[in-house]
Design a protein around this ligand. Structure first.
Ligand code: SAH
Length: 371
């Protein structure tokens, strides 16, 4: 019999599950607190439950925990990059960033990604699978346990496209902000998307209070299509319309992410077009100097160009920041640590086992579902 993934259950589901086992409903409160507030890693820690109940839970439920494979700490800014192994052998990465105003954790929403953005390392091996609510939560929990740090902000900006794993991500956000658990307010959670338009409309109606960050990266449909294949499916106009609607429904200020790629999208003309695109919107633009990855030839814009771009936007009265490069010495860019790990283990496999040089996961395991 397959075991129940108890950590992926929200409070009402846990309550129904326990009542179904013939337990009193107050047990749900106790167990939810052990799992999501006290961050227990085994049923044996749950000392206010009877030994018999702990035994029954142990037999019927699985307690998802992430195994740390590697933790790298930046000597530049203290950023910590974590590589975790999932129960099925897939690896994912998460990051702890320390700021004056509190700690922020950046988590992955999928193992791999199928969005294909040209400058992103996360997408190179394709999508392996969606992460479960428990695996999403555990990235935050495991970082809290291992670092001993409090976490005040969570950003869905790691590997994967959160709106391509909609239901699990939604549940994760609700559970993370549940006051019986970590109680991290929606206002301190940011979801970054490449622009899956129907799901932006859906998200706007959930009443979550989270910040939406849209990966824009270009101010014309043509340039955006060259950088981001998703633009073939949803045009720039459609995505901007969806963002306006998100703001109208939620009242939450939007963030636009714009990765500056040398010689591609970084001219003064690009900045002017970008200003035109967001005119009248309550938004903030986050410029990200592209983090070069080995597999692609993109280069960073030089400092002068970046500042010129920023100034131009500011002249139009737009709120702009340049993202501080966190942990560049520890494979800071999206998906780089995971990518390196997969490459290294692939070499080991190919030398010792099969001599193959292809991906370690057989092709058939990649999802081919339509977006
Ligand atoms: N799938 C989500 C989350 C991706 S990661 C999305 O597309 O928004 C968060 C941000 O980092 C995105 O804006 C992404 O486009 C950007 N990014 C990825 N790789 C990058 C790189 N090498 N340099 C700069 N920005 C990068």
């Amino acid at each position: 019999m397959e075991k129940t993934d108890i950590k992926s259950m929200d409070y009402p589901e846990l309550s129904a599950f326990l009542t179904g086992m013939g337990e009193k409903s107050f047990r749900a409160g106790q167990i939810y607190q052990w799992l999501h507030e006290k961050l227990a890693q085994s049923f044996s820690e749950m000392t206010n439950l009877s030994a018999a109940l702990r035994e029954r839970l142990n037999e019927s439920c699985e307690l998802t925990c992430l195994e740390p494979v590697e933790i790298l700490t930046s000597r530049i800014d203290g950023t910590q990059k974590y590589l975790f192994r999932l129960a099925d052998g897939n690896v994912i990465e998460s990051v702890l960033m320390k700021y004056h105003h509190g700690n922020s954790v950046c988590i992955s929403s999928q193992a791999g990604c199928r969005m294909g953005c040209r400058f992103c390392a996360s997408t190179i091996g394709g999508l392996k699978r969606n992460l479960t609510p428990a695996e999403l939560l555990e990235q935050v929990y495991q970082i809290r346990r291992l670092s001993g740090e409090r976490v005040s902000n969570v950003v869905l900006m790691g590997t994967g496209e959160p709106l391509d794993n909609y239901e699990n991500v939604k549940k994760f956000i609700c559970m993370l902000s549940d006051e019986r658990g970590q109680n991290i307010s929606g206002r301190n959670i940011t979801l970054s998307t490449c622009g899956i338009v129907p799901n932006i409309y859906r998200l706007a109606k959930e009443g979550l209070q989270i910040t939406l960050a849209l990966s824009l990266h270009a101010s014309s449909q043509e340039k955006r299509r060259d950088l981001m294949p998703i633009a073939n499916k949803y045009s720039l106009d459609q995505v901007m319309e969806a963002c306006r609607s998100y703001y109208d429904l939620t009242g939450r200020r939007l963030t636009f992410e714009y990765s500056l790629v040398g010689g591609v999208n970084d001219t003064v003309r690009d900045a002017q077009e970008l200003a035109g695109l967001v005119r009248g919107m309550n938004c903030h633009i986050n410029l990200i100097p592209v983090n070069p990855i080995e597999e692609r030839s993109y280069v960073q814009s030089d400092k002068k160009t970046i500042l010129k771009f920023k100034n131009k936007l500011e002249n139009y009265g737009i709120n702009v920041t340049i993202r501080r490069e966190m942990g560049r010495d520890v494979n800071g860019a999206c998906g780089q640590l995971r990518r390196h790990y997969i490459e290294e283990t692939k070499d080991t496999h190919s030398l010792q086992d099969t001599g193959q040089t292809g991906p370690i996961c057989p092709k058939g395991t990649e999802s081919e579902e339509e977006i």
